[in-house]
Each structure stands twice: as C-alpha cells, then as structure tokens.
Design a protein around this ligand. Structure first.
Ligand code: NOJ
Length: 511
C-alpha cells in the first residue's frame, strides 16, 4: 500500500521550529538538527512551510523565487542536505507550493507593473480597468481573505487582483506561461528529491473570466473559489508526478462547501490527498465528530482516496485552546489526538501539538506579523498565536529554540514547563503519549466499525483486535463491554482506572 495512505506527516513551520544561527528565526539547519527528534517521535514524513526567497509579507506565502531558499532560512545546499539526511533517517519531505499568487517582488510582477496596460507581461496576472468614468472604483466587489478589498490600483490606474494581501498578486491560470512555469517548478524540486507537494489554496486558481460580483445569493456559483476549470491543472500535474520514480504525493489545501466537492479533487487522475477540514472544524461533541468522520470516509471511498485528518496547523487556533483551553482543553486535545490517530487514513500533526502547546493569546500587538491582524485593524488577532517558536529545553533564553537571546515571537514563561526535554523524561507527558500512540498506530489496519454506545461516547474497532473508546463528555463512564473482558489497555489520554473511563478521555485496547 502506498505510504501516503496511512502516513503520519509532521508539519514544520520553518519560522518557528528551530533556529541554528541565533537570529531568532528558525531555519533549515535548525530543522536538520532536530530530525532525530522527529524520527524518535515516530512520524513518516515532514511537510515544510515555504522557505523560498520572499519579502515575508505573509511569512513566505509571498514567493519571489520558487527555486531557491530565503537567506533567513539558509541556502539551497541546506535544502538538499535536509532532504538527503531526512531520507537517510527514513523520513520523507513534502514541500509547500504556492501557485495561486506570487510575491509582488517576484520578477514577473515587477515587470508587469513596469509595463503599460495591455502589455503581454501583465497577462500573467489579473490586471483590469476600474469601474466608473475615471476607473477609480475597483473592477468588482471581491474581498481579500485577509480583510479589505481584493484589488489594488497600480500607479498607471489599472487594478490588480489579490485574494490575499496586496503583496500577493494572483496569477492568471489561463495563461500558458503560468502553467508551463509551475510544471517546471514541480520538476525542479522533484529532481532535487522531494517526496511531494502541499498545494496552497488549491481551490482558488481558476477565476470566472467575466469577473462578476460575488452575489452571495444562496445556491449561486462562486466566481473564484472551487471552479471546475481548476481540475485541468491538477490532471497535468498528476501526469508529471507519475512520471517520477518513488511514491510521490500531492496534498491539496482545499476549502470547499461539501465533502462531495472535495472528492472531485481526489479522482484517480488528480491529487492523491487533501486536508480534511471538516474534522478540524467539528466541535468537541460526539455526534459532530462522528458525522465528520463518517462523511469523509463515505465520500472519499467513492474516489478511492484515503481520508486525511488534522487538528491543528499554522492557520488555526491550536486545538488545546479551541477545545476550551487550560486543563480541560488539554485533556480534550489529548483525547482528540488519540481519536484522530486511530482513524483509517493519514494524519497531520502540527509542530508543538505533541508538547500540548496552547495558543498564545496575549502577544503584544507590536510583535504581531500576520497581515490578517494588520488588515483588520486588530479586529481579528490573526494567526501569530499558533506560530510561537517551540520550547525545546530550559537552557537558553529562547527555551532552546536557538542560541540567541530571543525568538521572533516571545514564548510565554510558562512554556519552560512544557519543553521537549522536560517532557521526554515524564512518562505521563503529552510528548510520550504521542510517541506511544504513533508506535501502536504503525500496526493498525482494517476498516472502521462503530460500536453501539450511549450518547457522548464514541467507540470503534479497527481490524480484528483493536478498539478505540472516546468519552467526549466530562463525566466518567463505564467502558463498553467489548473493552472490559479480556481487553488490554494499550494507551490512554488520561489515567484509566479499571472499567471506568474518566471524562474527556480516549483509550485504545487490544481485544
Ligand atoms: C494558506 C496558507 O496556509 C496561509 O498561511 C496563507 O496565508 C494563505 N494560504 C495564502 O497563501
């Protein structure tokens, strides 16, 4: 079976994982130095957030050169070394590809701005005349995902589209040159040995050429999200990937209305996998969680794609905090993780969740970098709170993040108690829970079969001998009969006494 059908993939947010040179920002050498930690954790692959040269207006999702490494993170040879060393340790590398937009500092966009309206080099982006007699009103009502309008006026009066920040102009995917360029970028990194690509905003590349206003009418087709034309791009890309040896993979970042729409991207000649955000966005509530699992498995099975599961990433509030924060948030988060890791399919872990890190909610405004914070005037705090650098050990001012005195976002003093070093020697730590779960998970096979359970409890079998029970409620329950007789407790998210499963607890049994 292909590795990506059941892999556990660890997301490394390069800015915040490990800093080798003491400048307060993580880098590729830092990642390399921590590969043994990831190997010991028991993951199969690493997904690296963008490390390419970039003005960093959106922490690297504004790419100025797709074929190099930003000096903040190292040099190209560091990427090669990282890929090679990861492979030696049996870890695969997935990199981030950002095809919807480039940086406004990309040579293509600079050339487009320098050229007059109508010039061929403008055709790589989406330049349009404005509305009104003087063209001083934007071409339509589209809004940026980061707040405000999606159009910025160039000095000569035309407007360009950016579904994200103004420093991230959208490419025109009807242009042959754009398609050819990205096919070449894929080959460039495949030749360097990467095992796959995470595709940023994979549902956004195609736009309605008429550029109509977003109507907001229920049932109306959206003019720039999830258009059918986008599928042609992925069919071309799949052919390229399939031409390479090894079992390489695409994972799409795809936010669509229904699991049915998601499945279209996963037809056998398109992407292999996509993030499944239905599970991530489900509340900590038994019926909602079960519905998210059942819907995903049912729909994806039709196209032969594995489900993927994810609870946290660099764009969302960490799941400890989403589930209530503090002690109860951590209990639920640990239980949710055991639930996720018992499901069939592949799973994504976001750096630091194995340490039980919460969202940092009290960052001073002055240190926030996320354009979401800036563009909403602070109404939305943005995503910096889940991007705070990792605490590795108590032996430096930045808690082992790097040799320098500080990290680009300040770490809460309480994180001194959550370092990887400290958790390493505590058998009850979240780190050791993840390690134990990942070790058991390696042998899990078979479909999922639900057991009948009372409200607030989820229980299912995998294969003949494995049982997962989750008490989603806060009060203790008696475990189902299947977990009582002749069952061995393999691991649990909090301490289990006899037949009683405490509130907000998941347990795995061999039976
Ligand atoms: C999704 C990425 O995960 C996010 O961090 C980024 O801001 C947007 N795409 C725009 O590239």
């Amino acid at each position: 079976m292909s590795w990506w059908r059941h892999a556990v993939i660890y997301q490394v947010y390069v800015w915040s994982f490990a800093d080798s040179d003491g400048d307060g920002v993580g880098d590729l050498r830092g990642v390399r130095s921590r590969l043994p930690y990831l190997r010991e954790l028991g993951v199969d692959a690493i997904w690296l957030n963008p490390f390419y040269p970039s003005p960093q207006a959106d922490n690297g999702y504004d790419v100025a050169d797709h074929r190099d490494v930003d000096p903040r993170f190292g040099v190209l040879a560091d990427a090669d070394d990282l890929i090679r060393e990861a492979h030696t340790l049996g870890l695969r590398i997935i990199i981030d590809l950002v095809p919807n937009h480039t940086s406004s500092e990309h040579p293509w966009f600079r050339a487009a701005l320098a050229a007059p309206p109508g010039a061929a080099v403008r055709g790589r982006y989406l330049f349009r005349d404005g509305r009104g007699p003087h063209g001083d009103r934007p071409p339509n009502n589209w809004t940026s995902r980061f707040g405000g309008r999606a159009w910025t006026r160039a000095p000569d009066g035309q407007w360009y589209l950016h579904l994200f920040a103004p420093q991230q102009p959208d490419l025109d995917w009807t242009a042959d040159e754009v398609r050819a360029e990205f096919q070449d970028i894929l080959r460039y990194w495949l030749d360097r040995g990467v095992d796959g690509f995470r595709i940023d905003v994979a549902h956004g590349l195609a736009k309605d050429p008429q550029m109509p206003d977003v109507s907001g009418e229920p049932g109306s087709t959206h003019p720039h999200w999830d258009l059918d034309e986008v599928h042609e791009v992925y069919r071309d890309w799949r052919r390229i990937l399939d031409g390479y040896p090894g079992d390489r993979v695409f994972v799409g970042e795809i936010w669509v209305q229904t699991t049915e729409r998601l499945a279209l991207y996963l037809r056998p000649d398109e992407l292999h996998t996509a993030f499944n955000f239905a599970f991530l966005t489900a509340p900590w509530e038994a019926t909602a969680l079960r519905t998210a699992v059942d819907d995903s498995l049912r729909v994806l099975e039709r196209v032969g794609a594995p489900a993927t599961w994810v609870l946290s990433n660099h764009d969302v509030v960490r799941h400890v905090t989403r589930y209530g924060g503090g002690e109860i948030g951590l209990r639920r988060a640990r239980a949710a993780t055991l639930l996720m890791l018992a499901l069939p399919g592949s799973a994504y872990l976001y750096q630091g969740e194995e340490l039980g890190l919460p969202e940092v909610e009290d960052l001073p405004d002055a240190v926030r970098r996320d354009p979401v914070f800036q563009r909403t005037g602070g109404a939305d705090p943005g995503r910096d709170g889940c991007r705070v650098p990792l605490p590795w050990s108590a032996d430096s001012a930045s808690l082992g993040f790097g040799p320098g005195p500080e990290s680009w976002l300040p770490q809460p003093p309480a994180w001194a108690a959550l370092t990887a070093e400290r958790q390493n020697s505590d058998p009850a730590s979240t780190l050791n829970l993840y390690r134990a779960a990942l070790a058991v998970r390696r042998d899990l096979t078979g479909d999922l079969t639900w057991l009948r359970t009372p409200d607030g409890v989820l229980a299912f079998r995998r294969g003949p001998g494995f049982l997962c029970v989750v008490n989603v409620g806060d009060a203790p329950i008696r475990v189902p009969p299947e977990a009582r007789t002749a069952a061995t407790l393999l691991t649990s998210s909090s301490r289990v006494h006899g037949d009683e499963l405490p509130g907000a607890t998941a347990a795995w049994y061999r039976c």
